[in-house]
Design a protein around this ligand. Structure first.
Ligand code: SF4
Length: 746
């Protein structure tokens, strides 16, 4: 029967509601924004509209592949698991558990199975070689939140719908639809901000689509955001404009230390390095101090950069000093519906370091910028096998050509992936997950980053294919194999073990609504459910709005979520300090030692700067960019998104193009210390002189990639230019913005 299903879009952080029309054969024949969705109210972007093409993609794998005599051949899941078991055990028996690395791609956070069942897999592997897309993207924000608030997952987000002044650094939310800030219809929300008399200021080396519509655009030099923010702090302190507000007074320590640290960074001192007039910096500080409700927000341009952690910290320092942290219209902490676990230990970071380069661990993982080193360098702990889950590090991580060769040298590569990508083409075993509509969905990660408290669950809309396990079952089977079980794995037994552990963790948590309850009784109550649904029911019922399995009868449960397909609105963000703070002191620790220790490096950068230095010489600074029709590396095989204008070009300012004899549409060679590539040029005065921009996620023409649409228009991989040596030293996050390159005509 033709029918319409209501689903949350899992493709980006905006979490829009979709109304999807299916025909008799469960094929998607129409997609609309769900007008009744409590959060997105009918908004839909081009990516969401093409979800049917993604589902029907003929390149999507529906059976496992196992390499035999050099060829990837179709196999059953049991055959694939048997291959993994034999070869994984051979690697760990000979080299130990650290010889197996795991890389987790960004789609895991958009996926309920990824959120709930990757962790058991990582634990089962007992490896320290855990890597993810976070270390090319957002680790600085986790580290700074860990130090400031005690919890790396306590990330304040702009209270977008109530603010009077939004200052955006290194982000293009009109195009990206938001990141570390979940807000469906960001274009509409930004327009509403200005319509109600609010102001939008964008700080970015490029006049992006967001900057074009802003009230003010400051075209900063790439990598100088920390200097700008330090100068704002220095101005607030020097001009006696610091005002924490009553709500923060008594909850902040380290204020004097921050004031002393910032003092040398006056607007006049940082102006040259920032490439901005001192008056503009001072004006921005005044504007932030004067606004009744203001918020500073920084994203990828600030986190995938040399001073990533220091910049992320300073974003929140400015929000604290202007009294805008944790107040309506400022930067606020969402209160998601699921139980997140109270932290009972102080945040710890750099508990261990990578074997070869000594880069720090953060939130349990090592920087992916050093994965190639760990594969290439012999010795105890050398990586000999790699498991990827929804990840394509050959495209999305630094020094890509070198990592590509390193992965090709491994004894074993296992990919949980629906495609033969630049990375999974090296796999010995590929285990494809089911399609998007065949999976249930709940945004555990993004409801904790949403500008409004909401809860929205989508059951699977389409049945699994015969013999197709669900994604959580694949992850559990791998975990059981890693623990020594022989396939076929009893997934239900493994799942019951995971559920029992989750229940015991929740009842042991004094912050949960289930504290001190009997685990056996809870297990029995949840017996009718399995997989992610059992865990989600537990977490929602134990959460701050949950029914507590009877103690709060009007509270939430999975049953209540099922009865509300358009989502449940839990209201605007509300103040959470001091309850959200889990630092040792119980206060906001504004001057954490490991971040303070990076300030001398920032001072050196200020002093080393030459006015317009990048423009004087041959070198230019490379930054990335987003487009509404792309999302990292996965969206390029969707015909409806790939058609039209060429998206992967090198943007360059007219002066820099003329100096190199380059015209619009001509081919240029771009080189860095990591490598060289050739790419077509787009000349545009939207960029600051001395800066060039190349989007990430392209480069699909490698031998063995089976993504026909993407191959037809492969673009070039910007990570062939990003050196793996370039990292933010505090978090180990890769520097993808502000990379020195040379550009010449071909
Ligand atoms: S903005 Fe994101 S969540 Fe919304 S429809 Fe587009 S891809 Fe989906």
């Amino acid at each position: 029967m033709p029918r319409t299903v209501i689903r949350t879009c899992p493709l980006c952080e905006a979490t829009c509601g979709l109304a999807i029309d299916l025909d008799d054969n469960d094929r998607v024949v129409g997609v609309r924004g769900d007008a009744d969705d409590v959060f997105s109210r009918g908004y839909l972007c081009p990516k969401g509209a093409t979800i049917g093409q993604l589902e029907a993609d003929p390149d999507r794998l529906t059976r496992p592949l196992v390499r035999r005599d050099g060829q990837l051949l179709p196999a059953s899941f049991d055959e694939a698991y048997a291959e993994v078991a034999a070869r994984l055990r051979a690697v760990t028996a000979e080299h130990g558990p650290d010889a197996v690395a795991i890389y987790l791609g960004n789609p895991n956070v958009h996926n309920l199975a990824g959120q709930l069942y990757v962790r058991p897999l990582v634990k089962a592997l007992r490896t320290t070689n855990v890597y993810s897309a976070s270390s090319v993207d957002q680790l600085p924000k986790h580290v700074s939140s860990g130090y400031l608030f005690g919890d790396p997952l306590a990330i304040p987000v702009p209270d977008l719908d109530r603010t009077d002044l939004l200052v955006v650094l290194g982000a293009n939310p009109r195009v990206s639809n938001g990141s570390l800030m979940t807000a469906p219809d960001l274009p509409g929300r930004l327009t509403a901000l200005q319509r109600r008399g609010g102001r939008l200021v964008v700080v970015d080396p490029k006049r992006t689509r967001t900057a074009e519509r802003a009230d003010r655009h400051l075209a900063i030099r790439p990598g100088a955001d920390a200097l700008l923010l330090m100068a704002i702090v220095a101005t607030l302190v020097a001009e006696d404009l610091v005002d924490l507000g009553d709500h923060l007074r008594g909850h902040v320590e380290g204020l004097e230390q921050v004031a002393a640290l910032a003092a040398p960074f006056t607007p006049e001192r940082v102006a040259e390095a920032c490439g901005l007039p001192a008056t503009a910096i001072r004006e921005l500080a005044h504007e932030l101090a004067a606004a009744e409700r203001a918020v500073v927000y920084g994203r990828l341009g600030t986190t995938a950069a040399s001073f990533g952690t220091t910049t992320s910290w300073l974003v929140d320092v400015v929000n604290v000093l202007t009294g805008n942290l944790d107040r309506p219209g400022g930067a606020m902490f969402p209160r998601p519906a699921h139980h997140r676990g109270s932290r009972r230990r102080a945040f710890r970071h750099a508990r261990r370091h990578s074997r070869v380069r000594g880069l720090p661990e953060a939130i349990g993982e090592l920087p992916v910028a050093t994965l190639a080193d760990e594969i290439e360098t012999p010795g105890p702990g050398q990586v000999r096998a790699l498991i990827t889950v929804a990840g394509n590090p050959v495209i999305s991580t630094p020094d890509a050509a070198r990592l590509d060769a390193a992965i090709a040298s491994l004894d074993l590569v296992v990919a949980v992936d629906p495609y033969l990508t630049a990375t999974s083409r090296h796999a010995d075993v590929i285990l494809p997950p089911p399609g998007i509509l065949q999976r249930s969905h709940y945004d555990l990660a993004f409801s904790a980053l949403a500008v409004r408290n909401v809860a929205n669950y989508s059951p699977a809309a389409v049945a699994l294919d015969p013999d197709q396990p669900d994604e959580w079952e694949i992850l559990l089977a791998l975990a059981a194999i890693a623990l020594g079980q022989d396939p076929p794995v009893d997934v239900d037994l493994a799942d019951a073990f995971v559920a029992r552990q989750a229940i015991e963790a929740v009842v042991a948590d004094p912050g949960a609504r289930l504290a001190t309850r009997d685990p056996d009784a809870l297990m029995a109550t949840l017996a009718g459910r399995r997989g992610p649904e059992r865990l989600l029911d537990l977490l929602v019922r134990a959460g701050p709005y949950g029914d507590g399995f009877g103690t709060h009868p009007d509270g939430l449960s999975l049953e209540a979520l099922l009865a509300a397909p358009h989502g449940i609105d839990l209201g605007p963000l509300t103040p959470r300090i001091p309850e959200v703070l889990t630092t040792t002191s119980g206060r906001i620790e504004l001057a954490p030692e490991p971040i303070v220790a990076d300030v001398p490096r920032l001072a050196a950068a200020m002093d080393a700067a030459v006015p317009n230095g990048e423009h004087d010489g041959e070198q230019l600074l490379l930054i990335g960019r987003r487009h509404l029709r792309t999302n990292n590396s996965w969206s390029h095989n969707v015909p409806g998104l790939a058609k039209g204008q060429q998206l992967c070009t090198l943007e360059i300012h007219p002066d820099d193009a003329a100096a190199r004899g380059l015209d619009d549409g001509t081919l240029a060679a771009v080189s860095s210390e990591a490598g060289e590539l050739e790419v077509s040029i787009t000349v545009t005065d939207a960029l600051r002189p001395g800066v060039v921009s190349l989007p990430h996620g392209f480069g699909h023409d490698l031998d063995g990639v089976e993504q026909q649409v993407a191959r037809a228009n492969p673009g070039v991989n910007s990570n062939r230019l990003t050196p793996r040596q370039g990292v933010d030293p505090v978090s180990g996050t890769a520097v993808l913005n502000g990379v020195s390159v040379r550009v010449r005509a071909v």
